[in-house]
Ligand binder design. Structure first.
Ligand SMILES: Nc1ncnc2c1ncn2[C@@H]1O[C@H](COP(=O)(O)OP(=O)(O)OP(=O)(O)O)[C@@H](O)[C@H]1O
Ligand SMILES: [Mg+2]
Length: 334
């Protein structure tokens, strides 16, 4: 059991209230992802959880036990950072087992634990290599290995894949998901990557200026964002957000439509516009269409669109697939 409970957690740095008041439940064995703009407090919240930073106010419980004043080593938590520093003069085996050696764990036990972690992370053939002889993804796996051998109840990951190239990220993402399944440990993961957040998370926590905007399953946040902030933050390309007449006609301050819910036609539709440019991804095409009363609208079409810049097109959307927000940025239930 390793459920986490944040109760009115607050963190100030001098006069700056970085985290004004966070209360959050993280279920045992879940994969929770923190997302939010740069500077919103994601790393600070992880560091508070690990005990690397003191909480100003509030309490943190792990397994129902108040750990707010516990030292990092007493919390049963392991953290993997974006810039993981491996010991360059030690081989993979030495790096993974280092914390155990420091803790004076018997050598035979270290060997056994390192071998088990290396097996899970597919590092067994590389145990005798030095970090300089490894690829970025392999080094990242060694950093995760160091965390695994400590058998923590909770893993904290702060943007662990952001230094890797796209192909490696995809591979490591799948490996992390499998690792979570195999270990069954509670994991908290910070990322800026929408795909990582959507695919890895059981629950996503959206943070904005140190406050929780919304907590929920990825698809619920995507389909029913409770605030304008979440609507604009989750999803790539972003949801189209319109104010003015079209929103007012629907009784809202802001009306949102996801790019995939905008239909594009050469013949007819509700709004006329001109294609400004196209982004062709192969699988999809994002059309940027300038509509006089709305500004730029992004529409997603499947496959390769035969439209090109300068063409006049018609756009439409179904009212049932729109998101309505009031003047305070809160969802209007429909
Ligand atoms: N030791 C510190 N002293 C003063 N301010 C700090 C300190 N550490 C962090 N901050 C401030 O706290 C805020 C939150 O920082 P934090 O690193 O948690 O953001 P983040 O969400 O992880 O951002 P990023 O996505 O860029 O990593 C920022 O405004 C930052 O400048
Ligand atoms: Mg950070």
């Amino acid at each position: 059991m390793a459920a986490l409970e944040y109760r009115n957690i607050r963190k100030t740095f001098g006069a700056i209230d970085v985290i004004p008041d966070v209360s959050l439940h993280i279920p045992d064995g879940s994969f929770t992802v923190f997302v939010g703009p740069s500077g919103c407090g994601k790393s600070t919240l992880l560091r508070l959880t690990a005990g690397l930073e003191e909480t100003t106010d509030g309490h943190l419980f792990i397994d129902g036990r108040d750990v707010t004043d516990d030292r990092p080593t007493e919390r049963g938590i392991a953290m993997v950072f974006q810039s993981y520093a491996l010991y360059p003069h030690m081989d993979v085996e030495g790096n993974i087992g280092f914390a155990l050696k420091m803790a004076k764990v018997p050598n035979s036990e270290i060997k056994r634990k390192v071998a088990a972690a290396a097996d899970v992370l597919q590092l067994t053939p590389l145990l005798k290599r030095k970090p300089a002889e490894l690829s970025g993804g392999q080094r990242q796996r060694v950093a995760i290995g160091r965390a695994i051998v400590r058998e923590p109840k909770v893993f904290l990951f702060d943007e662990p894949l952001s230094n890797l190239d796209a192909a490696l990220r995809t591979q490591m993402r799948v490996e992390l998901a499998q690792l979570h399944q195999r270990l069954g440990a509670t994991m908290i993961y910070v990322t800026h990557d929408q795909v990582e957040a959507m695919t890895l998370a059981d629950q996503i926590v959206v943070l904005n200026k140190g406050r929780i905007e919304q907590v929920g399953a990825p698809i619920d946040l995507y389909n029913r964002p409770q605030t304008l902030f979440v609507a604009g933050f989750i999803g790539s390309p972003k949801m189209n957000l319109f104010t003015g007449e079209v929103a007012e006609a629907a009784g809202a301050h802001t009306l949102g439509v996801r790019p995939e819910h905008i239909t594009v036609s050469r013949e007819s539709g509700a709004l006329q516009g001109q294609v400004q440019f196209t982004e062709r991804l192969g699988s999809d095409t994002f059309l940027h269409v300038l509509v006089e009363c709305l500004g730029t609208v992004i529409a997603r079409t499947i496959g390769d669109a035969s439209l090109s810049a300068g063409e006049r097109v018609w756009l439409s959307y179904e009212p049932a697939l729109t998101h309505l927000f009031d003047g305070s940025g809160n969802r209007i239930s429909v």
